[in-house]
Design a protein around this ligand. Sequence first.
Ligand code: TXA
Ligand code: MG
Length: 323
Amino acid sequence: MNDPVPVNDSTLARAAAVIREGGLVGFPTETVYGLGANAMDATAVAGIFAVKQRPRFDPIIVHLADVSQLEQLVTGVPELARDLVDHFWPGPLTLVLPRNGNVPDIVTAGLPSVAIRLPGHPVAQRLITEAGCPIAAPSANRFGSLSPTTAGHVSEQLGDGVDMILDAGPCRVGVESTVVDLAGATPRLLRPGGLSREDLEAVVGPIEQHVAQPADDTAPKSPGLLSRHYAPRTPLSIAENLESLPAGRLGLLTLQAPANPDPFDVVETLSESGDTIEAATGFFAALHRLDSAGLERIIALPFPEAGLGLALNDRLRRAASAV
Ligand code: TXA
Ligand code: MG
């Protein structure tokens, strides 16, 4: 077991050296914890795929500490990308842009585009700055499993596979970044996430959302759209209401407390005031707890389709879909 270390000047310097030397570091971002490697080092990035047991067709997001690093990686920055960068970076927004030849093929799974974001977390920014290179990082979980929002989640899932895990407490946003594809003629929402669709559309106007088809699963445009992803080991069902529940030990994941909690052995309430931002912060941690509670089934009530509710419903649908 690889114990997370608290962040200070000396552990940060050590983590930056690990990245420079081709190793892997678990580190906090404002969305979820990432599993980082030097993005310009194909061998280091191959280590990410191995540790996560992630298929090579699933491309990885490159993290920057400064917008000026963008020019190193892309063929050009469209005006719309500039607007989005100005409004939302640093923050939970990933932009997919046409890439140049500096980016190793393994990072983009051979796609002609690269996904990039500038995380809004001081530890992530310092790590990238001190490492002196962009950092390629997926969420620091095993492929298809629940995302990590604490350093403990990282060590439980990836443990010895990682050279070092930096612990800066729980993530503020709690759900992965919103992914927007700007490599085509019109912008497309590839993954709803920590930046709400409403905030995004205030800048880009109405945006088309890519809808995953089951047939997509062999060669997905954005593999985060694979139908089963973000899944607990315990079977999870989405219920429109709490009538006619199955028998057995049940857990409930809900925005607000149910009128009758009696049928449930464990109830996880995410925001008594019904706030989807607050709910996102605790979402994955609540799912991790439910998954460790020895339940036969997790029942989840859907979130309102507004604010971060879109991202949470998206993750619930993927957690629930049949294998
Ligand atoms: O908040 C986040 O985005 C976190 C933190 C660590 O930054 N990272 C994260 O990475 O969620 P990951 O690997 O779990 O999800 C990255 C998503 C996947 O759905 C991947 O398919 C998509 O971004 N993606 C990466 N590069 C892409 C590209 N060139 N074109 C389309 N989608 C891409
Ligand atoms: Mg992930």
